[in-house]
Design a protein around this ligand. Sequence first.
Ligand SMILES: [Zn+2]
Length: 58
Amino acid sequence: MVKIVTLKRKEKSEIYYVCEECGLMYSEFSIAERCEEWCRNYKSCNLKITKNAINFKG
Ligand SMILES: [Zn+2]
């Protein structure tokens, strides 16, 4: 199951969706769902999906 998390950034909270298989975070539920499905089936990451992941370093 895709996990829904709420994070507070710059005074407003944003909702993110986390793939429970690989732990990557997405801003769209549908992408997180696709990632999780892929991770579960192939035990690897699909670059076309993971490039949409949110990077908090920036
Ligand atoms: Zn994943």
